[in-house]
Design a protein around this ligand. Structure first.
Ligand code: DLL
Length: 434
């Protein structure tokens, strides 16, 4: 099912033509209207006229989160302030947040790409879409809202939190599509059970889950607990919010809406472009944003490009599921490990729940990783001998996958903090213990 078949299935030649024109226009506007871009272009002697083909994108300087912070709050806007009709902000935990400004047309485009996402998950006018992403400065709630409104579905703007009420609403209204972070979905399943509501008896048929890293195993778990089809949705505040990329029913990578966003994957150390299929840092360029055009934004998200033709008929390239962030990478004794590897190991082992936290310390100049994993209710009442075996099994599996020996601590069911938004998986205590 397509929202906009003509654009989603554009012949590649035509798509490239549109992209080039839009890229040229965007670069010109950014250069003329945003002093920050002009300065960066001038510093390396590049002008908008140097962009003659799509490959010339490599001559454009990168934009980083630090650049955006430098011009906080409105320095990246390319239109007068009275043209900006809405503001959102990133959920950044450190430093100044990043502000994104939208014109009326930007909001229109946001609705369009989000309508495409929801349609990919099977949403139609007849659906009831519960938006359990936060509304507010975070982009999740409003983004899904604009898309669902375009489709004409019934929107339940629940926002994040108040979990018991979320579940009552799902049951009483017959919600068919749930949108929230994957960790919140799992938490909801747990709370439903506590309330005596079996989650599989709800009417949910699909869910759009994103805003944080999750694995295939986590997808299986969410699908099993709710008996729904779980889709992966990707996006970020700097580019538009949710709606940059979404899975089609093939679920083999996320289609990027290339008529609005250009995709590159680079080597995070050298900045050089990487060939398709090779994992590196995702770099995105907006080609239709008016309020805040973003040129070659370094997302820090790790993925690779899949350019093979997709059986769904869409011509947009796909990116593989995000593997983590360059700044989430834990470097231990010279080995890089990612939280997704640990999540994968945990979900493979029977007897534990998909709730975990990774704690990094450096007691004697050497990094140590402790993985706290919740036991299932049944395991909790097991004999100590069995628990010891389970702990060893987890440690062995994590070591096989990551190459690193970690300490696993089994904790009581429901003792780790639950999240209504983005889960906090890593607690880095290194700076404190040094
Ligand atoms: O999280 C936008 C969003 C809202 C996406 C709702 C999807 C659904 P930010 O708060 O700016 O925006 O965070 C963006 O979250 O750079 C990734 O690191 C991470 N992220 C987002 N979607 C996914 C995903 C929103 N599907 C940052 N898989 C991004 C993995 C994701 N990571």
């Amino acid at each position: 099912m397509y929202w906009n078949e003509e654009l989603e299935c554009l012949p590649l030649e035509k798509l490239r033509e549109i992209q080039l024109q839009r890229l040229k226009d965007t670069v010109k506007k950014a250069y003329e209207k945003v002093p920050y871009y002009r300065r960066k272009f001038d510093e390396i002697g590049v002008t908008p006229d140097d962009i003659k083909t799509l490959n010339d994108i490599i001559h454009i300087p990168f934009t980083s989160k630090a650049d955006l912070r430098e011009v906080y709050p409105f320095g990246m806007f390319a239109v007068p302030l009275n043209e900006i009709v809405e503001i959102h902000m990133s959920s950044g935990t450190t430093g100044k947040p990043v502000v994104a400004g939208y014109t009326l047309q930007d909001i229109e485009i946001w609705g369009e790409v989000m309508a495409r996402c929801l349609t990919m998950a099977g949403a139609t006018k007849s659906d009831i879409v519960q938006v359990a992403y936060g509304y507010g400065l975070f982009t999740g709630g409003f983004g899904v809202h604009y898309g669902a409104r375009k489709i004409g579905a019934m929107i339940v703007p629940a926002s994040a939190g108040n979990t018991r009420r979320q579940i009552e609403i799902m049951r009483d209204f017959g919600t068919t599509i749930l949108t929230c972070t994957p960790s919140y979905a799992l938490y909801m399943a747990e709370v439903a059970q506590e309330m005596g509501i079996e989650p599989t008896t709800l009417k949910l048929k699909a869910g759009c889950f994103g805003a944080e890293m999750w694995t295939e195993a986590m997808r299986t778990e969410i699908e099993r607990r709710f008996n729904l089809s779980a889709f992966n949705i990707y996006g970020l505040t700097e580019i538009i919010g949710p709606g940059v990329a979404h899975e089609c029913t093939e679920k083999k990578g996320l289609h990027v809406f290339e008529d609005h966003f250009l995709v590159e994957v680079i080597d995070p150390d050298t900045g050089d472009p990487l060939p398709d299929g090779k994992r590196g840092e995702l770099v995105l360029t907006t080609i239709t944003r008016e309020g805040m055009p973003m040129l070659r934004f370094r997302t820090r998200d790790i993925t690779s490009i899949i350019r093979d033709k997709c059986p769904c008929g869409r011509t947009f390239l796909r990116i593989e599921r995000i593997r983590g962030r360059t700044d989430d990478m834990i470097k231990v004794r010279g080995v890089m490990i990612f939280p997704y590897q640990i999540e994968k190991a945990i979900l493979e082992v029977q007897g534990v729940e998909p709730h975990y936290q990774i704690i990094i310390t450096r007691p004697q100049h050497l990094d140590e990783i402790e993985v706290m994993v919740e036991m299932s209710k049944e395991t909790f009442s097991d004999e100590i001998k069995h628990l010891e075996n389970l702990k060893k099994k987890l440690e062995r599996r994590i070591e096989e996958i990551t190459g690193i020996r970690v300490k696993v601590t089994l904790v009581e069911p429901k003792s780790l903090p639950r999240s209504e938004g983005k889960a906090k998986r890593i607690i880095d205590k290194r700076s404190l213990s040094e």
